[in-house]
Design a protein around this ligand. Structure first.
Ligand code: G3H
Length: 194
């Protein structure tokens, strides 16, 4: 059976400052996770793995240490993190202070809420449609992407309701292995403690 592996990028500088979005590089901890991921795939018996990565620096750096040159890597813009528009680079506290009405609207309906000049989860789900169609057709794929995007992909494969999608737990430094079966997906989560 084939498997789909899903991971967020390693910890980025913005993650460590609790800032949203941006395009910052990995921290030292994030680099350690990138090394652990490469080590995992040196040991995992997986044929012809394809690596699909977002176009953000933190995701590319996370995929960079996968040494096996047989792994073919593609960079998909559709895998980039939800665009937080006017809230990019802010912390949740900043948003609360500067745009309290936005924070309130988002808390009321997180799935449909669209950041001004940015995206909603609903928007992310629709831009992921081609990625999910390809994931359905392909053999072994590792997706290196971001929290909001992984939530959308997990909700699809686990068949979860959309209202709960924006709250799915997707911690940093964990790798999810999904193996689609006839009517469900088997899953294993590997967690690294850096
Ligand atoms: O930067 C965006 C986060 O990864 C998504 O988290 O939708 O829970 O705010 P949130």
């Amino acid at each position: 059976p084939r498997s789909i592996y899903l991971t967020r990028h390693g910890q980025s500088e913005y993650n460590s400052m609790q800032r949203l979005g941006g395009d910052s590089p990995l921290t030292e901890k994030g680099q350690k996770y990138a090394a652990a991921l490469a080590d995992f795939f040196e040991k995992e018996p997986v044929d012809g793995l394809r690596v699909w990565c977002s176009q953000k620096v933190r995701a590319a750096q996370t995929a960079q240490q996968l040494k096996n040159s047989a792994f073919h890597t593609e960079y998909w813009k559709a895998l980039d993190e939800i665009d937080a528009g006017i809230c990019e680079g802010l912390t949740y506290e900043d948003i609360q202070q500067r745009y309290p009405n936005q924070a309130e609207d988002r808390a009321r309906d997180k799935y449909h809420y669209r950041y001004p000049s940015g995206e909603s989860y609903e928007d992310v789900v629709s831009r992921l449609e081609p990625v999910i169609m390809e994931l359905e057709r392909q053999a072994n794929v590792l997706v290196v992407s971001h929290q909001a995007v992984l939530r959308c992909i997990l909700a699809y494969f686990y068949d979860l309701p959309l209202s709960g999608l924006p709250y799915i737990e997707t911690p940093l430094h964990s790798l999810v292995k999904l193996t689609p079966r006839a009517y469900h997906c088997d899953s294993t989560v590997y967690t690294y403690d850096f």
